[in-house]
Design a binder for this molecule. Sequence first.
Ligand code: C2E
Ligand code: CA
Ligand code: CA
Length: 708
Amino acid sequence: MSSNLAGRHVRTQASSIIATTIFFLVVALVLTGLTAHVVATMTRSANKIDDARATRAARAAISAFVNRLSATATDNAVWDDAYKAISSPDAVGWAYENWGKTTADYPLYDGAVVTGPDRSSIVSAYYKGKPFEPSAFFGEGFFQQINKAADAGQAPVVNFIRTETGIALIVSQAIQPFTAEGELPKLSVLSLYKDLTSEVLDTFSDEHELEGLRLAAVPESGLLNTPITDIGGGVIGHLVWPSKAPGTAVFHEVYPYVAAAVIILAMFLGGVLLVGAAEARRLRQLAQAAIFEANHDSLSGLLNRHGLLALLEESEGTDVAPPRLYLVDLDGFKAVNDAWGHAVGDDLIRIVSNALIACHPEVVAAARLGGDEFALVQIGTAARGEIEETILALFTEPFKIEGRTIEVGASIGVAACDGDVTPLELLRRADMALYRAKANGRGRAIEYDPELDRERQRVAEMEALLKSAISTGAIEAFFQPLVSAATGAITGLEALARWRTPTGNISPEIFIPLAERCGLIDALGVHMLKTSIGHAKNWPGLALSVNVSPVQLCNPEFAAEVISLLQELDFDPKRLTLEITEGVLMTNPEQARRSIDHLKQVGIKFALDDFGCGYASIGALRQFGFDRMKIDRSLVSALDQASNGADVLRATISLATALQIPVTAEGIENTRQAAILREAGCDQLQGYLIGKPMSALDISSKLQEHAA
Ligand code: C2E
Ligand code: CA
Ligand code: CA
């Protein structure tokens, strides 16, 4: 997973944490709300249920009160003795003895009234042992009550009634024999009444659990009540009492626990919120770090390739002037790493990075794309040349790192963003130009040109052609004679690759480097070895020289491949000389030595090709165990110019021969060169003077000529 993806991933995680926390909070709040609702509903229901019970109890208390007084009235009114007495002349005295006197101190009633059969005359009326005036005391309602109760055989008439002092319960019943015989005359009526006093209400309270019960003219807010009606249905008062509110009581009891639970929940939610927020913040920071990491190079702190492309993409849609891209590749950086180690190499990268980013005000961004490859983005009007010079100027002085003096150069590829060029295409173009700059020799700047693309296209086509030429055998081996300097006899042949195409011959100077670059050199090398050995078998006694590319020698399997090929073709290894140039000895000396040692063990000889045009020393000749050296053609042709070239050549050859390394001179075109070189100590000569490279057929006929 790239860091950028990681960044995105972490950001999604952060938002999912936020979402989870919010979800959690909402759930917790909903649960709290539901719980509060449940508690409130339970409290209210418990209160309501108890209020209903209390109201029923109040009614039950009233009806018990009514029943008791009714029963007392019936006991006294439906009574043979009373009936007789009330009809007798002593009615007043009897009534007083049995009822009026009793009212003084009797729990069942407070007053007793006897009315005559005319339903209006008062026979006897006593209240608490004293006579009283019922019509004044009770008012009109009393006579309505008497009228209703005057007939025999009916249940007592019971009603609440307003009195001078308050409210009383009054019961009236006709005074009649227990068993009536025949039609009775108009009857007297006994009325008993009981004041609804606070004592009475207290007994209601005690018997029916109605604490605080009292009488009120109108219902009072906050109190429960039940109305009291008189004979006409009019409300004459209310029983009122406070609700017990058991739900509220229970609520008050559990309230501390509920409150504690709510506080704990709130604290817990607060904690969750804090932790969630902290975690989300941490993840957001991680995401930012990951995004930064995804776009930057950790060593230099510059943008990386991804960051550069993102920046170019950003500037694409804006009005700012289109950017110009400079790819800068260090020349000789690998040597710094090899010589001083990676720590110094890293230091150099950092120093160069800092210098590049600050090199010109119009350089708005810098990136490190690879080991020693940088990119600069220029936005502005400064000319390309000005920026290039500024960049190259950074490398004119050597860098100083920990007391070491380090010299590196730079090659620059430039591409301008004209028209619809995508960032990727811009990078590709600059890369193309850089490649060309390096190929043309280091330390220069090249701007992209569509011709570079066309050339690359041609190279790609050539590569394809070369590949098929190798596999179809279109590449042949030509042979150039090597002759003894002393006798002029042919002692060996050098195989040279030839590619003939319908449109003309292509020089090995072109297709060998091409094969090296595109990875075809191994196949080409094997092909050349095979074909040249195939022909050489027809020329017994002659040595065969085959050119080997440094790239081949660096392949760890090369030696084993050559040996098995020789075995396969049954060719004497002692007849074979491999010619190599010095380059490989510099770039990969270890692998070169391993391959050379391995091949020398089986008897193959090595010649150092092109000696004198590079840096190879006589010391290197001995060190790698070369069997022969070949003086480069350029030194030989230089003999024709008037200079001291001949002296240098003589000194070199005598040094080699002193070390017992035989020397071949190649490229001899005239007899004067041949004479000088023979005299200087070359034991083998090669060149157009002796023989041009020719086909195997031509070599065969030339050899026959000589033999003849
Ligand atoms: P080289 O190994 O130095 O080969 C000698 C080159 O000098 C050959 O060029 C040859 O034709 C040319 N030459 C020989 N005598 C004279 C002369 O008197 N005057 C002049 N002007 N030139 C002379 P050629 O064949 O074009 O090969 C060029 C180079 O290509 C070779 O240089 C060799 O490095 C490379 N090469 C050729 N064939 C192969 C091959 O099969 N494998 C590899 N790896 N390299 C090859
Ligand atoms: Ca050669
Ligand atoms: Ca040569």
